[in-house]
Design a protein. Sequence first.
Length: 250
Amino acid sequence: MQNHHYHKPLFFGLRDPSKFFDGLRMAIGALNSPTGSFSGDNLFTVGRNLSFLTDERFMTAFRKHALTDVEQGIIWRIATVAWGALNAMRLEGDLVEIACYKGVTARIVCDYVNFAEQTNRKYFLYDLFEHDAAMPHHHMPEHGATLFDQVKARFADLPNVVVTQGRVPDVLAKTAPEKIAFMHLDLNNADAEIGALEVLFDRMVPGAVMILDDYGWLGYRRQKLAEDPWLAARGYKVLELPTGQGMLIK
């Protein structure tokens, strides 16, 4: 077995980062072998296959587009989204990502599933792309007046990727697809995510995967508390993943 392991210093909510990472290095050093160990994105595991590291198609796309420390640190989350999108390739319908930010995850997905060849389906990306104090979502470093155009440029070679700027759920009324084979929600806001579900959930086809990026994070617990009863009323229960994501198969 090759010596597959992956470690990035991306951990949130640390009171004393120096002490934390000293302890983490000590823990990794105490292993018989680092093979199968992973740290980053508030996750530390040992003895895992880390299958995404041996998926050459995924890693090629990831290395090309994940350029910042944060993007590289959330590799397991991105791999989960890529898996859900790959599942969609055997289903009827389009792909949807709400709150795509810079479009990095979606671009990795497009390369991974050869979306340029998927001429019979589209990938719909939504975001406000900007932030001000009146907006309920979190400010991100690259929010601004030029981000929308930057994201459109990222997908300029893929005419079947549709990038839309607007507030969710309002913007979905005219632009959302009728059939959805994969959906990724990352709105950092409970009301907006429930609003998106109200419009889009019934459009998910049988077998479609939905990934809720914030579902398992304590800092976004309000989303879980809103989504659990909404989905339970329709007979569904979300699987919380160690990555902090939630997963549901329609």
